[in-house]
Design a binder for this molecule. Structure first.
Ligand code: ZN
Ligand code: ZN
Length: 361
């Protein structure tokens, strides 16, 4: 590692990445995914190429538009012109033998970029997918990231409170979604994903797109929303349950979903398998005869992207670890009738989890 890199906030992550590279006998990794590059360097840039040597320097490449920004954000990092990057020449200058070179690449890279990389790489080089390795590193958040995620979740709570107070009978789903979107642009950096608003039985579609359905003030409303702040996402689902209007069946389902949400929160801790956590919530619903109505997974990691590692699902192999931030979002969907989902963001801590969403549920 270069001396200057030691002082960088991302230094531990880059070191961890190099360890992975060594373990997989990769000489050099080429990272192009915007969120991956940001997680490893702090630089947010849509035309980036980070070359990381397992035994040497990390060099950032971009075009002239972003070079001053890269210098400002990561003065410790060498920055070069992306147009001049050639894997063969880069490896040679870094003292890496061309023969038998193993290069890491991300499987989500554009095919054209991958072809270009190979064309200018040593003949017979072997290309190894490192996309999931970086996602794994990103799954455990740094202190700074935890602060940013908590701030985004707090702002999401505040926006929900303000938006909810402004909702009136006669508004459409689109009106309500627009009100939330405006608040997110006003107070944060906009939506982390398209806000979902479902009136009444529309909530039976778990990813319903807000339409012109009018809220009569009596039907329940499901809102799934997340504001982005400083590049980090938040994610929360709440339901408006009017005193008059929500049927006995709805209330029964709501209680069941809430019980599943609370049981999973109580069980979330380091060392538990993500699939075991999913099962905790699923069992609560199954016991009440609602198992089949919970068709999606319990949760997903949240960070620079709205969906990232860990996957908290029935077939997930992930094990929860301190510093991970993910959603817990059980739901019950009865087609043509109703839908309830309750979603919180949690931070896995030493002896359990801290809930980052504070809105009443
Ligand atoms: Zn959500
Ligand atoms: Zn979610």
């Amino acid at each position: 590692m270069k001396k200057a890199e030691n002082a960088a906030p991302c230094a531990p992550r880059l070191e961890q990445f190099r360890k992975t590279l060594k373990k997989r006998r990769i000489d050099i990794a080429i990272v192009r995914d915007q969120a991956n590059v940001r997680a490893l360097t702090g630089i947010d840039c849509d035309n980036a190429l980070l070359a990381v040597c397992a035994d040497g320097a990390a060099v950032f490449h971009t075009d002239f538009r972003y070079i001053p920004m890269a210098h400002r954000v990561a003065p410790w990092l060498e920055t070069r012109d992306i147009k001049k990057f050639e894997l063969r020449a880069f490896a040679k200058a870094a003292g890496i033998r061309a023969k038998g070179l193993r290069a890491g690449y991300e499987s989500n890279m554009k095919v054209s970029q991958f072809e270009e990389l190979k064309k200018k790489g040593p003949a017979n080089a072997k290309y190894v997918d490192i996309y999931k390795d970086v996602l794994g590193i990103r799954a455990v958040k740094t202190e700074e990231e935890i602060e940013k995620l908590a701030a985004a979740a707090k702002l999401n709570d505040e926006i929900w409170k303000t938006a909810r107070a402004s909702f009136k009978p006669g508004m459409t789903e689109k009106d309500m979604a627009r009100a939330i979107r405006h608040l997110m642009i006003d107070r944060g950096d906009g939506e982390a994903f398209d806000t979902i608003v479902c009136v009444g039985k529309n909530a039976a579609e778990c990813h319903h797109v807000p339409d012109d359905t009018v809220w009569d003030g009596k039907e329940p409303v499901l809102v799934d929303m997340g504001v982005k702040l400083d590049g980090y996402c938040s994610d929360m689902t709440r339901n408006i349950v009017p005193r008059k209007g929500a049927s006995a069946k709805y209330r029964e389902v709501y209680e069941a979903v809430l019980a599943a949400n609370l049981a999973a929160i109580a069980a979330a801790r380091p060392g538990i398998g993500a699939s075991a956590l999913d099962k905790v919530a699923r069992d609560v619903l199954a016991k009440r005869g609602l198992g089949k109505a919970f068709g999606h997974s319990l949760g997903h990691g949240v960070g620079l992207e709205i969906h990232e590692a860990p996957v908290v699902a029935q077939k997930s192999k992930a094990v929860l670890a301190e510093g991970m931030v993910h959603s817990i979002e059980p739901g019950v969907y009865l087609e043509g009738e109703l839908g309830v989902r309750i979603e919180d963001l949690v931070l896995i801590c030493k002896d359990g989890c801290r809930v980052l969403s504070h809105s009443e549920k």
